[in-house]
Design a protein around this ligand. Structure first.
Ligand code: SF4
Length: 168
């Protein structure tokens, strides 16, 4: 199975969301919230493409990679720092290390918060990445979609109507 940063992020957000996404039920692109996020990323750093390289490697896609300094830049529209963002970045760094890049770093930029979250390489990320991959495979290959876990994030989730339609 080809594991992407989105799978890792959803593992840390909602296992049901992970299962729905991985089993071909994709609604993110019709979500205004996701579109809004893409707009933030596209309009905040207009000169990015001149400074950074887009990198596709082992199924992941990194939009902004500073090759010289080995720094992955992620831009998030969120107005709070989320565990899923950090996990996704750690996963990207692990894939880079698996492919021979030594001591990469990462930074998550939150334009709305005017805040940055820095992640330094740690060898433990490799173990975590493997555990996440195993867990993701187990969840998405199951015939059973995980139950709804009512969370604050549900209202802004693209699967909200799908999950809660029976309750409307
Ligand atoms: S609406 Fe809530 S339970 Fe359903 S997939 Fe989204 S986060 Fe998970």
């Amino acid at each position: 199975m080809n594991i992407t940063g989105t799978h890792v992020a959803y593992l840390h957000t909602c296992k049901r969301k992970l299962w729905l996404f991985a089993n071909g039920i994709q609604m993110e692109y019709t979500s205004d919230i996701v579109a809004d996020g893409k707009l933030v990323a596209e309009t905040t750093y207009l000169d990015r493409s001149r400074k950074y390289t887009e990198l596709a490697i082992d199924g992941i896609k990194i939009d902004f990679f500073n090759v010289k300094d080995k720094i992955v830049h992620e831009v998030k529209k969120s107005d709070k720092v989320e565990v899923a963002h950090v996990a996704q970045l750690k996963y990207y760094l692990s894939v880079l290390v698996r492919n021979g890049i030594v001591d990469p770093k990462g930074v998550i930029e939150y334009p709305r918060l005017k805040q940055k979250e820095y992640v330094e390489w740690n060898d433990e990320f490799l173990l975590q990445a493997k555990q996440w991959e195993d867990e993701i495979c187990l969840i998405v290959q199951s015939d059973i979609c995980p139950s709804i876990v009512k969370k604050g994030i549900c209202k802004s989730c693209s699967y909200y109507e799908l999950c809660y339609i029976a309750e409307v």
